[in-house]
Ligand binder design. Sequence first.
Ligand SMILES: *Cc1c(COP(=O)(O)O)cnc(C)c1O
Length: 371
Amino acid sequence: MAFVPVNEPLLNGNEKKYLNECIDTKWISSEGPFVKQFEQQFAEQMGRKHGIAVCNGSVAIDVALAALKIGHGDEVILPSFTIISCAAAIVRAGATPVVVDCCPATWNMDVSQIEAKITDNTKAIMVVHIYGLPVDMQPLMELANKYGLYIIEDAAEMHGQTYNGAPCGSFGAISTFSFYPNKHLTTGEGGMVLTNDETLADRSRSLRNLCFQPQKRFVHLELGWNYRMTNMQAALGLAQLEQIDTFIARKRHMGEVYNRLLAEIPGLQLPVPKTDYATNIYWVYGIVLEDNVPFDAQEAMKRLAAHEIGTRPFFWPMHLQPVFQEMGLFDQVSCPISEKIARRGFYIPSGLALTDLQMQQVAHALQDVMR
Ligand SMILES: *Cc1c(COP(=O)(O)O)cnc(C)c1O
């Protein structure tokens, strides 16, 4: 049987048409008209006033931190169980990342652990919604209010998800998205910063564009980056955004199909379909091996590869990263849940182009592997 890749995007809408428009009009740089259109429509869809398109989701976090002027001496609280982009941006900004563990069922940051980590130096909480369910925002926002902390919301995995009916990416001072090909919407590479605050929006726009000044273009008051998105990326983004409702419906359908197919296989902890505040969007379909399974995720993934099934391991916790240990960060930190799911967790093919037949192939392979 043919190999089932872990991700393949769907590009069946107006992607080709809008890309051809870029070529025909010769608007290929960030100056092209699709960029503003994509920024406006994406911001509107996510319930925000301003959108600032950038070249990927990792640098969107750099821009968010710099826009908020977070730097030396500041601490930012974030989940240990996340992608390196979050902690790397904090460290590069000169600030200190402070991690909390995650919840065993949702794999999202354990909000009840945050208050104990707040000090006089804490400036922000970086919220990262993981895999398909949002972080429990209500108690987190109450904490942020009580202590006067910014919320930076990394919604890279949550386009189209809601928390108690409000769009993910609409919370806090500033939020960030990625449009990498495994995200719900893709521009190949790409990202977005969203905010309701005009000053933050202006700062983000300037920071993404080398902090050129409108009047004296080549005289700089601050250091920025060239993190601009091209018109071609925005063309893809617009075409993808037109399809967001069907994409989200498809993702939820895929999650339900997997839930049904995998329910009877012993030893697998499956994603939680629903919480009080959200229905799983299954950005990726994660699986954690239960304690009685005599092997780890690495072995399960090796066996699935032999069955022609592509997989990816779960994130490796920030406090266990050799690069950060070398810097003396996270001494004495322990996050037992993150450590466990990092060893025991992986995800199976979850891309939008995946067919129901391929999902059956994955389920059969898993059945074999777990026997
Ligand atoms: C994918 C992702 C990013 C990084 O986005 P890139 O576009 O790949 O740089 C950041 N945060 C989270 C939570 C992600 O899933």
